[in-house]
Design a protein around this ligand. Structure first.
Ligand SMILES: [Zn+2]
Length: 283
């Protein structure tokens, strides 16, 4: 495992005495380093949210069938360049990589999503890898989860995951359009399942702590986008050798809640664990 404690670039810059004084005062007050203060201030000024996971709606809302899109792709892109989600009416799977959003549909096709497309659920971050290493052999989904478990430092921090390589075998699903109000387990009973051999591509996704199960899918959640951008979906199982893995821990969490009547009146007090395991895991 290779860590990158000094990831980034060194800037030499002249600042006014007043600014310098303010930086020093902040450091003394909060215990932050000057690097951290300057980095945070620049991130705010330049609209970059560092190590922030931004999410639209909640996993329980999805379980309860709240599929009407509430945020556009254009708006989501303001909050990150990497992530996953789904589209209006649970129409397929979304993959966000290098700032581009791709829409995988249940007929097996993939197209770049229009800026105006709406998402009922999405998670995104500006991906800055903190750990990178090679996974020499992955025999199954459970094996992958087990290997990733050993690389995460805590059970309590959201983790962004990017995996690149050639998948000897990969099985993935794409949700089919569903009526608003159809619960997620019933809706994903109609999912389209695809399998590919020797697929060169990227897996994009997150690990979510168990305590956040009402907000996002607990555990590992990865979406595939093939390098030729012709295949993609929600990963169910896989095997591969020599995968390139990058991880980033996300310590800030922001959530945008829908203001639709359906969301405002839904019962979101349930425990969605069982339904999420059924809907998002292998059938
Ligand atoms: Zn998914």
């Amino acid at each position: 495992m290779k860590k990158h404690p000094h990831y980034g670039h060194v800037i030499k810059s002249r600042v006014s005495s007043a600014l310098w004084q303010a930086i020093i005062e902040r450091c003394q007050r909060t215990g932050e380093t000057p690097d951290h203060v300057i980095q945070s201030a620049l991130a705010v000024e330049l609209d970059i949210t560092h190590h922030t996971l931004f999410q639209v709606s909640t996993s329980t809302a999805l379980v309860q069938g709240i599929y009407n899109g509430c945020m556009t792709v254009a708006e989501i892109k303001k909050h990150g360049d990497f992530g996953l989600g789904t589209f209006d009416e649970l129409d397929g799977e979304g993959i966000m990589l290098d700032g581009e959003v791709w829409h995988a549909k249940s007929d097996g096709s993939v197209a770049m999503a229009a800026e105006s497309e709406l998402a009922p659920f999405w998670a995104t971050t500006t991906f800055v890898p903190q750990v990178s290493c090679t996974l020499s052999a992955v025999s199954s989904w459970d094996d992958l989860c087990h290997q990733l478990d050993k690389l995460r430092s805590s059970q309590n921090i959201f983790t962004s995951i990017c995996i690149k390589g050639v998948f000897k075998h990969i099985q993935y699903r794409v949700a089919c359009k569903a009526e608003q109000g159809t619960d997620l387990v019933s809706a994903t009973n109609n999912q389209a399942v695809f399998e590919l051999n020797d697929c060169s591509g990227t897996l994009v996704g997150f690990w979510t702590p168990a305590y956040a199960k009402t907000l996002n899918v607990p555990g590992y959640h990865l979406h595939l986008l093939s390098d030729d951008k012709r295949s993609g979906g929600h990963v169910l199982s896989l095997s591969a050798d020599n995968l390139e893995l990058m991880l980033a821990e996300e310590t800030d969490f922001k959530i945008a809640l829908p203001e639709s009547v359906e969301f405002l009146q839904a019962d979101l007090s349930i425990d969605p664990s069982e339904a999420l395991a059924k809907a998002e895991g292998a059938k």
